[in-house]
Design a binder for this molecule. Structure first.
Ligand code: CTP
Length: 400
């Protein structure tokens, strides 16, 4: 079988050195990679490095080997183009169709999926010019992964770091696996909650649950690869941020509600995969509750938490917003699931049977996805990403 052809575009940012690791992962996993650096990027990593690591010739401009028409052929032949790092300048050029070197020409001639992994200072990323360029690229079907938050060049920290090369590689792998064509969540904003809330009793104790967050993270990763802008609201997962998603953190149900409602304001889809505590302690003790000799502990009074899913579904921030819930059940799984779907007012409900190997902490899951339209889709036991993809298939079908 022929190796998938990947063009790795490298634009001029300090994070160019991390693209060496991405290149290594791509070549070692059986991809034929052609590196197309911009002239500016050669200040950070030289052509010799790219050539040696890829085993292919490297050029930056269109005036070499002109008889082979490289400015057209390189893009035409590719199964995937990934630009990492993508600078603010590169995003602007790509959004406006400028073509003054081999990489920008390649972006115009490529008909395969394109992934941009931006890296720049926070101010440049947040500038309306950059944000509009990113929105334009996403609307056209490019996968633009959100930059990571952390240490930037110099002493600064903030949003703008190139995500971990291993994570970018995973995005590329998923995008390639989906094949050609515009990704079906392109231009959509999806909000996903993941993990389990913790309701504090005193500074050292909380009421919590066993949710690992893995299903929510699988939803986030697969949505990124399908072209969506992804906001992940996570509660107590301790998992590394998935590349490409904007990650917000919440501890309690009340905090999760606030973050989800805010993010949902301009969302096309809201997926409540988090296990939200139904109750919280009525009172929070500011000092540790101590045991007293000869006395039984005082009972813990609980109060109801808001039902975020029901609230989002009842009060949709946008017409046509699609709301997806999850339900973990132990008995009468389908009947309880149907009743819950109606009660919560969501469009889709992913119903898990809670069991030994399944659901909590596991890499695998098995579920039935119920639709408000009466639909019922069984997802056999398998990776959580497969279930995630089925959820997105059903969501995308509802966009029509
Ligand atoms: N959920 C929520 N807010 C809550 C509780 C749950 O948004 N306070 C959401 C979960 O994220 C999930 C769905 O509702 O998507 C189902 O939660 P579950 O606890 O199974 O449903 P309940 O209505 O609490 O039903 P049960 O009586 O089984 O506890």
């Amino acid at each position: 079988m022929e190796k998938p052809k990947v063009v790795l575009g490298v634009s001029g940012g300090i994070a160019a050195y991390k693209a060496c690791e991405l290149l290594r992962r791509l070549t070692e996993s059986g991809h034929d990679v052609r590196v197309v650096p911009t002239e500016a990027s050669l200040n950070f990593v030289g052509a010799a490095t790219w050539s040696a690591l890829s085993g292919n010739p490297v050029s930056t401009e269109v005036w070499e080997s002109v008889h082979e028409v490289p400015h057209v052929r390189t893009g035409q032949a590719a199964d995937l183009v990934v630009v990492a790092p993508a600078t603010a300048d590169m995003l602007a050029k790509a959004a406006h169709g400028l073509a003054d070197d081999l990489l920008t020409n390649t972006l115009l001639t490529a008909r395969c999926p394109v992934v941009f992994a931006p890296a720049m200072h926070t101010e440049m990323w947040e500038h309306p010019a950059t944000q509009e360029n990113v929105a334009t690229l996403r609307r056209r079907g490019a996968v633009v992964v959100e930059p990571a938050v952390g240490r930037l060049t110099g002493a600064d920290t903030g949003k703008g770091r190139l995500p971990d090369p291993g994570e970018i590689f995973e995005v590329c792998r998923r995008v390639l696996a989906r094949g050609p064509g515009v990704p079906d969540l392109a231009g959509r904003h999806v909000v996903i909650s993941a993990g389990g809330t913790r309701e504090p009793l005193d500074p050292v104790r909380y009421l919590g649950n066993r949710s690992s967050g893995k299903q929510g993270y699988a939803l986030a990763r697969t949505a990124v690869a399908r072209g969506a802008r992804v906001t992940l609201v996570e509660a107590n997962t301790g998992l590394p941020d998935p590349a490409g998603a904007d990650v917000l953190r919440a501890g309690t149900a009340v905090q999760l509600r606030e973050a989800v409602l805010k993010a949902a304001e301009d969302a096309d889809v809201v997926v409540m995969a988090a296990a939200v505590a139904d109750f919280r302690p009525a009172a929070y003790a500011t000092g540790k509750i101590k045991k007293k000799d000869g006395q039984e502990p005082a009972p813990v009074a609980l109060v109801r938490n808001p039902d975020i899913l029901a609230e989002v579904a009842a009060d949709r921030a946008r017409p046509g917003q699609i709301v997806v819930g999850f339900a973990a059940e132990t008995d009468d799984v389908l009947a309880n699931g149907r009743a819950k779907l109606r009660r919560k007012g969501c469009d889709l409900l992913v119903v898990n049977e809670v069991g030994e190997r399944k659901t909590f902490g596991s890499e695998e899951n098995e579920a039935v996805v119920l639709g408000a339209d009466g639909g019922e889709t069984a997802v056999p036991y398998g990776p959580k990403e497969a279930l995630a993809d089925t959820v997105w298939d059903l969501v995308a079908a509802r966009f029509g």
